[in-house]
Design a protein. Structure first.
Length: 367
């Protein structure tokens, strides 16, 4: 395993800046996810680390050594692609052995490493099959095995689960987590799926338009998003956002929602002027529904989604144009069309400045 550092790394394709001055440190043995919407630069950043793209500026170091001028084969990395990239005319054994054979590893060592890796991935019975005879999940394990036999210092995964159905994605996600726990290798994993990132990563790097928005452990990003973009991108269902005006900046901040309803938030808004337009955020699991007479903010149930272990209730709230989402225990959801009161507990409220930056929170409910 090896540590990776990026300093002011940038990549432009003509006039388009795909990656913009990224500074990042990934510890040896860490599982790091690059997370963001399509076109944010996460795959380009991975390809820069792999050596598949040349940097426009900046420096990349692997295990303390600069690798800007090193070809991919000399970086000690192995990459697992979204498309699997298996040779269709080769058997599973031949696909897994190919890189070792190119490196002139002895025939006996090749067989031992391929068979050992196949046992670890539970594909030892598939070694004589062709890729066309395998399921999507089996092909993905072969692609991972082909990377493993090379015993790289760093594994790079480029959206490896995007071609699998939901059941296989979950199963393969567990296998990748088990693999990391066993190998203790440095892994960088690109995804647009925040569930994959939250469940796999030691560290998440959220990217937007080629820039790093926030770096940190999954729960830190969930409970302490740096800005409105991160708050909206991390978490499913998405955080609710309500327009408001700041009435008092000192702790606890006092807001007036769009319909004039008073709302408190346990945040420090002292950096903002009173009267400024702000955004109040709260996650669906923290929204409480009560009788209409028990809350200043009222709404009407527009839709219910009963999902077994929980229900989602979508409400038209106050004078807002959008919908507010509440995540409730099954059997507690109000009827469609029913009027309800809506409580937003101050300890769970986030506050975002006009430029999207988050105000510091004084309390956090991590459960």
């Amino acid at each position: 395993m090896a540590a990776i550092s990026l300093r002011r790394v940038s990549k432009a394709f003509g006039r388009v800046e795909a990656v913009r001055e990224v500074d990042l440190d990934i510890a040896a043995g860490e599982f790091c996810c690059f997370l963001g919407p399509s076109g944010c630069g996460k795959s380009t950043l991975l390809r820069l680390i792999a050596g598949l793209e040349d940097l426009s500026s900046g420096e990349i170091r692997i295990a303390g050594q600069p690798v800007n001028d090193r070809p991919p084969a000399q970086r000690g990395i192995a990459m697992v692609f979204q498309s699997y990239a298996l040779y269709p005319h080769m058997t599973v054994f031949q696909n897994m052995a190919f890189g070792l054979q190119q490196a002139r590893v002895s025939r006996q060592a090749v067989r031992e490493r391929v068979e050992e890796t196949a046992r670890l991935l539970q594909i030892e019975t598939l070694l004589e099959r062709l890729p066309k005879q395998l399921s999507g999940g089996q092909r993905q394990r072969v692609a991972i095995g082909r990377a493993m036999v090379r015993q790289p210092r760093v594994f790079l995964f480029d959206e490896p689960l995007s071609n699998l159905d939901a059941g296989l994605r979950q199963q393969t996600r567990v296998e990748i987590a088990r693999l990391h726990a066993g190998l203790q290798a440095t892994m960088i994993y690109v995804t647009h799926d925040q569930i994959e990132a939250m469940t796999l990563a030691d560290k998440i790097v959220v990217l937007r338009e080629g820039r790093v928005e926030q770096v940190g452990p999954p729960l830190q990003l969930y409970h302490h998003p740096a800005n409105r973009f991160v708050a909206g991108f991390i978490g499913s269902p998405q955080m609710n956002f309500l327009p408001a005006r700041l009435q008092r900046a000192t702790l606890p901040a006092e807001l007036a929602l769009a319909g004039g309803e008073a709302q408190q938030a346990a945040v420090d808004a002292s950096a903002l002027p009173v009267g400024v337009a702000v955004t109040c955020g709260i996650r669906p699991e923290h929204v409480e529904l009560v009788g209409p007479e028990d809350a200043a903010l009222r709404g009407t149930v527009v839709l219910r989604e009963q999902l077994g272990d929980h229900s989602l209730v979508f409400l038209r709230a106050g004078d807002g144009d959008g919908l507010l989402t509440a995540k409730l225990a099954p059997g507690t959801e109000p009827a469609q069309g029913q009027s309800v009161g809506i409580l937003l507990p101050p300890a769970h409220c986030h506050l975002f400045a006009p430029d999207g930056r988050a105000c510091p929170r004084s309390m956090i409910a991590d459960s």
